[in-house]
Write a protein that binds this ligand. Structure first.
Ligand SMILES: CC(C)(COP(=O)(O)OP(=O)(O)OC[C@H]1O[C@@H](n2cnc3c(N)ncnc32)[C@H](O)[C@@H]1OP(=O)(O)O)[C@@H](O)C(=O)NCCC(=O)NCCS
Length: 152
């Protein structure tokens, strides 16, 4: 029986979030960036999910005006495909909905089938492309949106 605990991130979580960053992305955020996002970014909101006290995934967004911009979501490799990403998305979406936002948006590598599958599962749709958005590989990004109040 899995025992997951979902909560807001704090500065004690930086090292574990960094571990997940490192194993999840070719160009991971630094410890300092993660620290600053949690400590000083007034727009940032970060969630972690723990299993038996160990962080196994995290989710971040910026709440700006009436939009939520998802900055990152990642799950430890050992725990993928078990619904953890879905758990984080559902919490993030309900949090944004409670704040009566217009919608949520994000960028994702056009080759990242797992993440695109996760976002589509929760009603995000591809609305555009940012050419060569990722400087490390020159890859394009899809811009995806999920609207709460209907398109304007
Ligand atoms: C994207 C990520 C967070 C998904 O987390 P997860 O815990 O494995 O996700 P879940 O088990 O909840 O799966 C949710 C949905 O994602 C999609 N998905 C997950 N694994 C997939 C795969 N291998 N292929 C295609 N779709 C996949 C499916 O739509 C799945 O829904 P379903 O199980 O109902 O079919 C995880 O793969 C990850 O950490 N990837 C590396 C970091 C990353 O790329 N983050 C996105 C940055 S934009």
């Amino acid at each position: 029986m899995c025992n997951y605990n979902l909560r807001h991130a704090n500065l004690d979580d930086v090292d574990e979030i960094y571990e997940i960053e490192e194993e999840s992305f070719d160009s991971p955020w630094s410890r300092k960036t993660i620290n600053d996002e949690i400590e000083t970014n007034v727009f940032g909101d970060y969630l972690v999910v723990e299993e038996d006290g160990k962080i196994i995934g995290y989710f971040g967004m910026w709440l700006i005006m009436d939009e939520a911009h998802i900055t990152n979501i990642a799950v430890r490799k050992s725990h993928r495909g078990k619904g953890i990403g879905s758990l984080l998305m559902e919490y993030g979406i309900s949090y944004a909905e409670e704040k009566q936002l217009f919608g949520m948006t994000l960028e994702v590598r056009t080759t990242n089938a797992e993440a695109i599958g996760l976002y589509e599962k929760y009603g995000f749709q591809i609305e555009g492309i940012r050419p060569k958005y990722y400087q490390d590989t020159n890859e394009d990004a899809y811009i995806m949106w999920k609207y709460f109040r209907g398109e304007e």
